[in-house]
Design a binder for this molecule. Sequence first.
Ligand code: DC
Length: 227
Amino acid sequence: MKEDLIIAIDGYSSTGKSSMSKIIAKNLGFTHIDSGAMYRAVTLYAFQENYINNQKIDTNSLIEHLHDIKIEFKKDETTQKNNTYLNGQNVETEIRAMQISKMVSPISEIPAVRDYCVALQQKMGEKGGIVMDGRDIGTTVFPNADFKIFVTASPEVRAKRRFLEYQQQGKDIPMDEVLKNVNERDYIDSHRAYSPLRKADDAIEVDNSNMDLQQTVDRVMQIIQSK
Ligand code: DC
């Protein structure tokens, strides 16, 4: 296996893309990059700076200050997990909150935000040896990626996974609210004008509605190793 491969894993929210990408990267000795975490960090920044009020985004101020946003990933040596840092602060937990999930799709629709995050993703992945998960990795960020996987699952299955994750974190968010957020994000992510979520023509689709995490990892590893 070449060491400088680029593996793009795109798909809908809550399909387990990040979890599977983490394991696949570990199996291959590669670095995992969670591109969604970058859009989430930009959203958190917009909240911190009061560029989001009553669900309204002050797009001009956010664009003007995009270059004040420093996003990094650092490995926690104890847990071996990558954490997202926003301007020097570990925001890994904060960026997963429902408040962020509700605003991240409209924030990631802004072309300047996309350009900013895509440039960062291309820089982080330029040497290869990466597994990057997101929505447009195989179409826009790395159109020449060595492997492109597109992960799908039914909205109900995905909402149930997210609901259980929230429950494990002690957060009691009603199932219908979680399903509504999944459907809304699917719609915005796949209908935005600029770099929408879509399967690249040469991507291999994996529907994991009836698979658990390990089965999905096995399927993707099989695809990678069979080439
Ligand atoms: O993967 P995630 O659910 O954490 O991503 C959060 C949001 O970020 C998602 O709803 C859309 C946006 N996103 C994107 O537009 N492009 C990417 N490559 C990754 C995420």
